[in-house]
Design a protein around this ligand. Sequence first.
Ligand SMILES: NC(=O)c1ccc[n+]([C@@H]2O[C@H](COP(=O)([O-])OP(=O)(O)OC[C@H]3O[C@@H](n4cnc5c(N)ncnc54)[C@H](O)[C@@H]3O)[C@@H](O)[C@H]2O)c1
Length: 259
Amino acid sequence: MKDLIQLKDKNIVVMGVANERSIAWGVAKSLFDVGANVIFTYRKERSLGKIEKALTDNNLEARLVVECDVNSDDSIKAAFEKIGSEVGVIHGVVHSVAFAHAEDLKNDFLQTTRDGYAFAQDTSAYSLIAAAREAAPFMTEGGSIVTMTYLGAERVLEGYNVMGIAKASLEASVRYLALDLGKQNIRVNAVSAGAVRTLAAKGVSSFNTILHKIEETSPLKRNVTAEEVGDMTVGLLGNLSRGVTGEVVYVDSGYNIMG
Ligand SMILES: NC(=O)c1ccc[n+]([C@@H]2O[C@H](COP(=O)([O-])OP(=O)(O)OC[C@H]3O[C@@H](n4cnc5c(N)ncnc54)[C@H](O)[C@@H]3O)[C@@H](O)[C@H]2O)c1
């Protein structure tokens, strides 16, 4: 399988590990399993500590760990320049980053503020465009970019509100980026993950209800794990998916197909 995926010794940037429950950590574990060189980016010192602890506890070694605040163009540019200068070629990027203000997830969607809307878009959707732009010059052998989205982009899920709009932008951005970057043989896809209990999920008030609903009604009658999301992400990063770009792939026990 490792040979089919062809990610051994490839340099893959993973953005968005806050702790061992993060979807990005599930992705990183799958990447370590196939022998990739994993480069982490983090926003806060607290996350850096959590990444270091997760690596030590699991007896793993990162190729590099770099600070990157996706609300800042300068920070994104500096992060990818540092990564590029250290590793030379970047073969893949995993964008697993999102944020919205708590009040915009608690209040009715109708009450979304202009600032809250802009902030959710900036952090959760524009950040993919900026990261892709700064990574692309170092992706000289072609490669793959994968982001994390959610069903709330297409369906109204109570309490997901402004984040649903950000995910809709994110999914459209995946398609436009796929066209631009296809010329460089860089593929861009999204994984639409089922509900996974993480730090970010705490902001969604209806989260427990969603978990139960998936258990009851999805074809597989269970929730998915960050590891399962990680495995599909690695599939989209590697050679087996070389003909796939601009897609949203669901890892949600099939929940999205149900009426
Ligand atoms: N947990 C779920 O149920 C679920 C389902 C579908 C999609 N997702 C998506 O998966 C992705 C990862 O979320 P998660 O659930 O693993 O939660 P998480 O809280 O573990 O990860 C979110 C990450 O975003 C980072 N982040 C936020 N603002 C940032 C900024 N300005 N600069 C840099 N990093 C920033 C945080 O530091 C954190 O590492 C998100 O895009 C989320 O919307 C989550």
